[in-house]
Design a protein around this ligand. Structure first.
Ligand code: FES
Length: 273
């Protein structure tokens, strides 16, 4: 069993879960994920490892409470345990000295962009973090991100902090950055990543996304996480989760994400307290 060290709500519906998982913490790299189960025989869900401490042996994942499993995870407290935290899985994010990199995070992607921004900063990139949310009260981990970036840009739909609008602001933010932008990395829901890629495509800037797919085993065996990238079948768990966002078939990804919507709705109704 995997001990729960802490579970806190960092913004409405967004939860920070810290687990004692020394084997995962020892080998985690930016961009990798774990597959969690909230209970034996429960659904298996992939969550990005957003922070870890190899010495203390703990890992942190941040998730949005949207369904039955995340609803159960959201009720955990220190001292509880969960049966599974398998990982680290997936390929680490490609890192290097690219120059100026914009790291975009939306929703739970604000946390998952953090280890990537930190690693890029350590490699002497100029890191600009762009975080977006409906309103300023939905931001979290701002101090952590500030420490790992040269600049932070906020986008809110209600204009309560930073620029008013949505991820489509990216198309106007990028040309305003002196010296240009060499790479964009976007983490968040699939819609935010898709819209972000629409903004960077005409600018010709390489844009890496971290795909959110359904997963079961996370080891390339079940095929549930299949996506089409550049016309080829890929498994997000072993070939990704990071891909060139300009090559992803977003329509297919979106429809495959809906495959179990009816079952998810039934489970959510029947598991409600
Ligand atoms: Fe089963 Fe990727 S989760 S193949």
């Amino acid at each position: 069993m995997i001990p729960v060290l802490e579970r806190t709500m960092v913004a409405p519906n967004i939860h920070n879960l810290r687990l004692q998982a020394p084997d995962v913490a020892r080998s985690a790299k930016p961009g990798q994920f774990v597959i969690l189960q909230a209970e034996e025989d429960g659904e298996r869900i992939p969550l990005t490892i957003s922070d870890w401490d190899a010495e203390k042996g703990d890992i942190t994942v941040v998730f949005m409470q949207v369904g039955a499993t995340t609803g159960k995870l959201a009720l955990l407290k220190a001292g509880d345990s969960i049966p599974t935290a398998a990982g680290p899985l997936g390929n680490p994010m490609e890192l290097g000295n690219f120059g100026t990199v914009i790291c975009v995070g939306g929703c739970y992607g604000i946390a998952s962009i953090y280890p990537i921004a930190r690693a890029l900063k350590e490699m002497n990139n100029r890191v600009i973090c762009v975080v977006e949310a409906r309103s300023s009260f939905l931001f979290y981990w701002q101090e952590k991100l500030r420490k790992t970036s040269d600049e932070m840009i906020f986008i809110t739909r209600d204009g309560s902090l930073g620029r008013r609008g949505h991820i489509n602001n990216l198309g106007s933010i990028i040309p305003s950055i002196k010296g240009g932008v060499d790479r964009v990395i976007i983490n968040g829901c699939n819609y935010v990543m898709m819209r972000g890629c629409e903004e960077t495509r005409p600018l010709g800037i390489k844009t890496i996304v971290s795909l959110n797919t359904l997963m079961i085993d996370g080891t390339g065996m079940c095929g549930v996480c299949r996506v089409t990238v550049n016309g080829s079948n890929k498994f997000a768990c072993v070939d990704g989760p990071h891909f060139d966002g300009h090559e992803v078939n977003w329509d297919e990804l979106s429809s495959r994400r809906q495959a179990y919507l009816r079952e998810e709705t039934v489970t959510l109704r029947t598991s409600a307290p």
